[in-house]
Design a binder for this molecule. Structure first.
Ligand SMILES: [Zn+2]
Length: 265
């Protein structure tokens, strides 16, 4: 490389190289990914020994995973299969939800919406939870029916309906009424959206199966032929029926790979 020319190497993110190498990418693939030719990539390995060492370690990690998989295929393994299905949310779920339908977050959001002030008179200070539709008239402690309210307004409103009380009360203000209506209508929309979602469906684990995967013959043969060459190489005197069966498997495997490797016209 001519002196003084900035190397692309400095712009390479090593974390990215690690990720790709551990995923089994080859030098050629990584060189292409980082926009350099393979020679440059190998040059980098010579010039930066640490890069070369790290790369080797990262590739070993990928090899190890493959070896582990091959070994597991050869001896068989168990795996857990989880089936998740979309099922319609039933009424029971909704009822249970409604019991805990007013959360701390709902209250904090309401306080924030009204700037920590009473929704009726606009005063600040300690806020109480006012049920817009009173409990005595079927209102619930639930999202969309609770607004922050000072002690004074709360004791004046008591269990009267909002529409009857507010317009006649001294604290009445047109702008605050508009804000209150805005809040209630926003809550309705959010609730409708949530209801539709829960009516539609929810994702539930419906099945969990532990599967025992049988050993894979090809993986067994590959493993044995490499680890116990003397006993498992292809040319072998076979004396009894079990071994003949294995020989047939080997022969047909060879034929298959021969056919596959035939150059296409
Ligand atoms: Zn008030």
């Amino acid at each position: 490389m001519p002196a003084g020319r900035p190397s692309k190497y400095n712009g390479v993110d090593l974390k990215q190289v690690q990720m790709l190498a551990e995923q089994g990418w080859t030098d050629a693939q990584m060189a292409k990914f980082f926009g350099v030719c393979e020679d440059t990539w190998h040059e980098w390995k010579k010039v930066h020994p640490k890069f070369s060492e790290s790369l080797r370690d990262w590739k070993v990690a990928a090899d190890f995973r493959v070896e582990r998989s091959l070994y597991e295929s050869a001896i068989g393994y168990t795996c857990k299969e989880t089936v998740k299905e979309l099922i319609a949310a039933n009424g029971l779920n909704r009822n249970r939800e409604s019991e805990i339908s007013y959360t701390t977050d709902d209250w904090l959001n309401a306080l924030e919406f009204f700037d920590n002030r009473c929704a009726y008179c606009g005063n600040s200070g300690k806020m109480t939870k006012d049920h817009v539709v009173p409990l005595s008239k079927g209102g619930k402690l639930e999202f969309g029916n609770v607004v922050p309210c000072c002690q004074s307004c709360n004791s004046r409103k008591k269990d009267r309906d909002l529409s009857f009380w507010y317009e006649q009360d001294a604290s009445y203000d047109k702008e605050r009424e508009a804000k209150l209506k805005q809040y209630l209508s926003d809550c309705e929309q959010i609730k409708e959206h949530d209801d539709n979602d829960s009516k539609k469906s929810c994702l539930v684990v419906t099945k969990e199966i532990t599967k025992k995967m049988a050993p894979n013959t090809t993986a067994c043969i590959f493993w044995l032929k490499n680890r116990k060459k003397e006993e498992w190489r292809d040319r072998h005197e076979f004396n009894h029926s079990g071994n003949v069966a294995i020989e047939n498997v080997l022969a047909s495997g060879r034929n298959r790979s021969k056919n596959r490797d035939k150059p296409e016209d």
